[in-house]
Design a protein around this ligand. Sequence first.
Ligand SMILES: [Mg+2]
Length: 258
Amino acid sequence: MRESAIPKELAKPTAILVDLDDTLIDDSGGLEISWKTACHEAASRLGGMTAEDLLASIHQAREWFWSDPERHRTGRAALRTTTRHIVHLALQDLGIDDLELARDIAERYRDLRDEALVLFPDVLDALDKLKGAAIRLALVTNGSGPAQLSKIERFELARFFDHVQIEGDFGVGKPDPSVYLNALDKLKADPSNAWSVGDNLEWDVLAPKRLGCTGIWIRYQRDDPLRRRLSSESRYTENPDQPDRIIDSFVELPGLLQ
Ligand SMILES: [Mg+2]
């Protein structure tokens, strides 16, 4: 499909399901530097290996761990334990079997990631505009209850939302259909009058789109071949396996209401 394809009309929604991490909060922005710092700080404890060796090994272990949906589901429910496990695997691959070192690196990494969290610029203003347009909003996020709630409180986001639904509290996470259907029910909205927006193409866009929602994908700046291919192929499409709109950041969302 060419980029110049004519977009279908988007009717103003009565409700929007909004993702949290890497949609409102820049969750991944501190990822690379946090790993680098944690590994370099532990360099003197790596025997003959270097921090770069460990970084490469951690990258491989992360890829392996998070590539499996079931491991992903259980792993994100206890991020610090999961991170410790991943670092331990990475160290073992380098011939270093040291649980204490794995724990120290993992804890330091997680602390650095938490410190690095920020809202994307102008997110609060965009949420204000959506509220001003009398649209009911649900914050729908995967992850543990305490971890996600602490982010919501830290950035004072709850005030914008008519419903907040965290995987750890609800018991089920995206992309299970019950997640979107429950949130829509709480907002008293029909899928045909609702949008879902977020950075995860499957969880935030295509899964709710299959239920009848309009799917708005935030084409995030991270380097991802699938995202690059999709964004170059189709900005506008009616294909159910493609987003209805692709935007570059959440702040563009109010502009789609006209
Ligand atoms: Mg996300």
